[in-house]
Design a protein around this ligand. Structure first.
Ligand SMILES: Cc1ncc(C[n+]2csc(CCOP(=O)(O)OP(=O)(O)O)c2C)c(N)n1
Length: 108
């Protein structure tokens, strides 16, 4: 199974990674690590809002940066970072050939 997951909402259910490890599930999770609540920036733009610094800071989850590789590893899930789509493809292919869960942090 492949799970495509954004980073902000991944934080709401991060414990699911531990379950994947405990149950030895064959799941490849790709986390789109943009370090923002980007959809909410889009919503603000859609209503014509002109957010100030404080509002923008509340939609930024890059300070401090989350490290999804270490977060996954801390729950027993193997993981690697991908800076390019080519690397992501390679890691996905590798993960399909092994058993158990794997997390790819795709920097976007
Ligand atoms: C439990 C919960 N808390 C808050 C929200 C409100 N919410 C909807 S989308 C969103 C941000 C999503 O950000 P991310 O998952 O990083 O996706 P991106 O927009 O960056 O692709 C938030 C906070 C929600 N839907 N559910």
């Amino acid at each position: 199974m492949v799970a495509l997951q954004a980073d902000g909402s991944a934080m709401y259910t991060v414990q699911g990674l531990w379950t994947q490890a405990r149950e030895k599930l064959d799941v490849t999770t790709v986390i789109f690590s943009n370090r923002k609540y980007a959809i909410l920036l889009g919503e603000l733009a859609a209503v014509g809002a002109n957010p100030g610094r404080t509002a923008l800071d509340m939609l930024d989850i890059g300070s401090p940066d989350l490290d999804w590789v270490r977060m996954a590893q801390s729950m027993g899930v193997e993981a690697a970072k991908a800076d390019t789509l080519e690397r992501c493809t390679e890691l996905m292919r590798d993960s399909f050939g092994r058993s158990g869960p794997f997390v790819i942090e795709l920097m976007t």
